[in-house]
Design a protein around this ligand. Sequence first.
Ligand SMILES: Nc1nc2c(ncn2[C@@H]2O[C@H](COP(=O)(O)OP(=O)(O)O)[C@@H](O)[C@H]2O)c(=O)[nH]1
Ligand SMILES: [Mg+2]
Length: 251
Amino acid sequence: MASPKKTSVSIAMPVYNEEVDLPRNIPVLQKFLRENFKDYDWEIVIADNGPSKDRTGEVGRELEKKYKGVKYMLIPRSGRGGALKEVWLKSKSDIVAYMDIDLSSDLRYFSKLIKAIEKGSDIAIGSRLAKGAKVYGRTLLREVMSRGYNLLIKFFFWTSFNDAQCGFKAMSHEAARKLLPAIEDKAWFFDSEFLVVGECAGLKVTEIPIVWRDDPRSTVKVAKTAMGDLKGLYRLFRTRPWKKLKNEWKV
Ligand SMILES: Nc1nc2c(ncn2[C@@H]2O[C@H](COP(=O)(O)OP(=O)(O)O)[C@@H](O)[C@H]2O)c(=O)[nH]1
Ligand SMILES: [Mg+2]
């Protein structure tokens, strides 16, 4: 008798100049999935951008050869959001997900994200600002900015989630297929945009409190990214893209 089809999961790892973390953390994630995700058909997709200016490309291709279930993809130009969108839209898996290569989010919470989607959520997100979350080593500046930014989102869009920017998220194949073509940002605002537009259009977002150990090395330029976020929120407030989606989806 044929065994029942396993749920498939694609995990994108957006990377830019990550020659140090890639060989250290891809094996950690691959081992974790081998041991804990036996009931799933999983793949890890290294989503390199640019291309990176260091040996990320070579290291990524070596990891693809060496480790089962690991793929390397070079996505020309687009930033982090553009890379995620491309990997997710190309994926045929039932569930698409992503996490940051520094593995700041404790992997033990990954199955909770996936289970939330299996139980019927369209989007599941890790959260450092929900009740029950634990955060170690985050700078006061990032913490204050993050709290302020998320309050602003709630105030203007009446959304339910508390942490738009955590690098630990999953989405059903169906939600990705219908939502992502409408998402414009190709950089850091991408996450906020798909969450706001998705929830305002009627998709179900589940927030999972996680344990986060901050990696002090960061590729984020705080002032520039904050400006991009504010401009992005203003664009969404003005254009209200979910209205068109609600019509298309007949919500
Ligand atoms: N594909 C891609 N990934 C990026 C880009 N910029 C940053 N990343 C990745 O995004 C993830 C999160 O970056 P990180 O610097 O840890 O952000 P922070 O934890 O918010 O400070 C890491 O895996 C980075 O390599 C980009 O332009 N393209
Ligand atoms: Mg980080």
